[in-house]
Every structure is written in structure tokens, then in C-alpha cells.
Design a protein around this ligand. Structure first.
Ligand SMILES: Cc1cc2nc3c(=O)[nH]c(=O)nc-3n(C[C@H](O)[C@H](O)[C@H](O)COP(=O)(O)O)c2cc1C
Length: 106
């Protein structure tokens, strides 16, 4: 079965509220678990950065849902490739706080 990893960034819109992170993670963890999609989400005051891993079909399906979410805009895929194994096995959507070390990445 083809495993892929998709990484994208997007820009937070005015519809986004800080409490939305908890809401997004709650829904994501249930839905991603059902599809066996794993990954990581991070955000700063301006941008989201998310990594999704799973079968090609499942990752594409979730990404297409996420990409039209009004809480963010301008989603840009920065990496999409087949992977031999998952980096975030067991994390149906981990949350990475915006720390000093992530500042440069954003
Ligand atoms: C930045 C961001 C990341 C998201 N990540 C996920 C995710 O990993 N999995 C997921 O199911 N929904 C995620 N969502 C939420 C989806 O866009 C959507 O609201 C959710 O899947 C519920 O869809 P439904 O109401 O059609 O069931 C994310 C939303 C945003 C803004």
C-alpha cells in the first residue's frame, strides 16, 4: 500500500479564533483515526504548518477537505512524496507548539 506524506502551509483568516485549534484537533483526531491518517499540526499567529501521512487516497481526501476550510486560506503544498514508513505513527494529529526553534521555519 502506497504511503505518502503531504506537508502544506496556509494563512490564518479572520474567521480563525485561538480556540479553533482545540476544535480542529478534536475533530481531526477522530476523523484521522478512522482513516488511519497520522501527522502533526503547528501554527503561529499568521500561518499553519501541517503534515499528513497515510495512504495516498486517505491523505488526498483529508487534504481536500482541509483546503476549503474557511479558517485558513492560500494552502500551499510544500512537500508530497511516497514514504517508506510513518514519522508520526500513533499520532492521529499531534500538536507542535510554536516555540523559538520553529520561528525560522515559519
Ligand atoms: C489548519 C487546519 C487543519 C485541519 N486538520 C484536519 C485534519 O487533520 N483532519 C480532519 O479531519 N480535519 C482537519 N481540519 C478540519 C477540516 O477542515 C473539517 O472542518 C473537518 O474535517 C470536519 O469536516 P466535516 O464537518 O465535513 O465532517 C483542519 C482544519 C484546519 C483549518
Amino acid at each position: 500500500m502506497d504511503l505518502v506524506r503531504l506537508i502544506y502551509t496556509s494563512t490564518i483568516t479572520e474567521k480563525f479564533e485561538v480556540d479553533d485549534i482545540a476544535r480542529i484537533l478534536k475533530v481531526a483526531r477522530v476523523k484521522n483515526k478512522a482513516l488511519n491518517v497520522t501527522g502533526l499540526l503547528s501554527f503561529n499567529r499568521q500561518f499553519f504548518l501541517q503534515c499528513l501521512e497515510g495512504t495516498r487516497q486517505d491523505v488526498n481526501q483529508i487534504y481536500h477537505k482541509i483546503a476549503t476550510d474557511p479558517r485558513h486560506k492560500k494552502p500551499e503544498i510544500i512537500d508530497y512524496q511516497e514514504i517508506p514508513h510513518r514519522e508520526f505513527d500513533g499520532w492521529n494529529m499531534g500538536y507542535l507548539q510554536n516555540t523559538e526553534s520553529l520561528r525560522e521555519l515559519f
